[in-house]
Design a protein around this ligand. Sequence first.
Ligand code: GLY
Length: 415
Amino acid sequence: MRKTGIILGVLWGVFAGWSHAQRIHATKDLKYCHTQVERALAELGKDGAYDYRQMPRNILKTDTEAGRTGWNCRPAVPEEWCGGFWPGILWYDYEFSQDSAVRRQAEAYTETLAYLADRPAFDHDLGFLVFCSFGNGYRLTRNPRYKEVIVGTARQLAALYNPTVGTILSWPREVEKQGWPHNTIMDNMMNLEMLFWASRNGGGDALRQLAVRHAETTMKYHFRPDGSCYHVAVYDTTDGHFIKGVTHQGYADHSMWARGQSWAIYGYTVVYRETRDPRFLAFARKVTDIYLKRLQQTSDDWVPAWDFDAPGGAAAPKDASAACVTASALLELSTYVDSPSDARRYEQAACAMLASLHRNYQSGKRNVAFLLHSTGHHPAGSEIDASIIYADYYYIEALLRLQRKKAGKDVLEHF
Ligand code: GLY
């Protein structure tokens, strides 16, 4: 009986993946993104000048329902972890459109964040902030100053590393507040990419070593036996032992917060890319397979609820951002697995996610974001069922990866 269920599940996955794969048209969706970027830029500059210190962050459900189409912005201060996504979107859109006006905007918004290289890290989010902006900027322009900013910022991030524990301290502010002597959140896996890159580009081998150790420690303690992750791992600072795994943005300590799991999928895929260590590939697959299994059990449209264990079942608010992060990562992961059928399974799952986002999640004329229906911080009642800037960032990234793949190129441009 169980075997029949598994076979049917696999057949469902293959069929659903294939049928959606036929319908996803990356170039058409990238053109849609370009139109939305142009609309967003027009809104941001509508008073005659741009304020490059204000970064798009969200468009709430209530805004969209009230006909307010433009981004709500937040100042580009160190506490605002999302500041790098809008410049990153502009770089990705420039990569697709080759529109020089978009490039000028990308340069101006990116420049705002340069100061982060010269001040002690507020928290671990420096990779999101600087690699999405300056990283893409350097990849597309080879501006040598961008490289300096990335390497300088990577050094600031490395200062949060605790060698006794073997991970980066993600949230210094929560040490006292929560009584978490050393805390590391799953999201922190996303910030290792900048350390690896900086290490290869003049930052020194120590940056790479600490990124590998962070990934190893996290692999050991931050996951349950089935491959699902806690949001936060709390460690002792005297001997480095793991104290507990808890949640912050998920439903419960025992639950699988959707975006946290997608950060794990993406993060371990990057660590495998950088190390070619088979342990990390096996682990990236493990954390992916539990996501896909639970997605199949709980979602009928390839986009998860904000937490896989959220009350309300199908009625729980969705998190399109988790689908975008996962789709982008799976397009890369599919290129690393040896088995052609597994490679196809991951690629088809990514295509099915992108097809679903195309059909049911694009904002269209309702607002200037690419997508609706992401959830930021449900327990805090914040950004529920909203357009959120990081969903758009990973959406356009995934579309570009798919377009490259369809053109027979490497999924991502190595630089
Ligand atoms: N890094 C915070 C989040 O994923 O919402």
